[in-house]
Write a protein of this length. Structure first.
Length: 255
């Protein structure tokens, strides 16, 4: 990815917008800065995830699928749309279960995980969109955060908004290896530190008094919380990881 495009899901208008962010106006191969195009044929798009331009092993040794794909969860019709990022058109759509929400792709681009309102995380293969497994987690799972590690030490962290827990899935065995309290009400987003030892969780609390929980993943029982404001949801960790930014929609502020 060269940073020249940003993708935004538009739940109300059932499309995903592509915004050309670059300033190389007039250079062949770049869109007009600030211009917007849309990939339509979506139904209540909720979340997006990108597979960069890499080679993905397909189901047979003789086949390969190019990367450069954008996956969009369609909450309204229980599907995922796959957008070809070269043409910004929907190349395929497949069913994954009830009201898909969060989505994550493994670091090697070969597999995807999506949370559903049935209290499950669905595992699919990106080469052919085949469903491989359905993993029971908590109530109303949403946000998914996957570690950059491939192999036995890879994990997927699942925010279970309905029962205020975090499920941890081992991405080698695709089983839940632990579940712990989010230390708040309505966990939304999880952010993992670069050394993969700490996890930040925003607890939305339905627009009420919110907090952010910090977990040492070696000892989740020793977590701490920080009051963040009203309706805290999404988190951004600064590049040097010294600061965590938390928007508070109920206050119209950041912390």
């Amino acid at each position: 990815m060269d940073g020249s495009q940003a993708y935004v899901v538009n739940g109300g208008s059932a499309n995903a917008s592509v915004i050309y962010t670059n300033f190389f106006e007039g250079v062949t191969g770049f869109g007009t800065p600030g211009s917007v195009t849309s990939a339509t044929a979506l139904a209540g798009p909720t979340a997006i995830v990108i597979i960069p331009n890499l080679k993905i092993a397909a189901a047979t040794p003789t086949a390969a699928a190019a990367g450069g794909k954008l996956y969009v969860t369609n909450h309204a019709d229980n599907t995922i749309s796959v957008i070809n990022m070269a043409t910004n058109t929907v190349s395929s759509t497949f069913s994954v279960g009830s009201n898909p929400s969060g989505i994550a792709i493994t670091p090697d681009g070969q597999y995807g995980y999506v949370s559903t309102s049935a209290g499950t995380v669905v595992l699919f293969r990106t080469a052919d969109n085949q469903i491989l497994s359905t993993i029971p987690v908590g109530t109303n799972p949403g946000w998914l955060t996957i570690t950059p590690t491939v192999g036995p030490q890879g994990y997927l962290y699942v925010s279970n908004e309905g029962d205020n827990t975090i499920s941890v899935i081992n991405t080698k065995t695709n089983t839940v290896v632990s579940t712990f309290s989010s230390l708040g009400v309505g966990p939304v987003q999880t952010v993992l530190s670069s050394e993969q030892g700490h996890l930040y969780v925003s607890n939305y609390n339905n627009g009420g008094a919110s907090n952010v929980a910090l977990f040492d993943l070696a000892n989740t029982a020793g977590a701490t919380t920080v009051t963040s404001g009203t309706g805290a949801n999404y988190l951004t960790l600064s590049p040097d990881e010294r600061y965590l930014y938390v928007p508070n929609p109920g206050l119209g502020t950041y912390k």
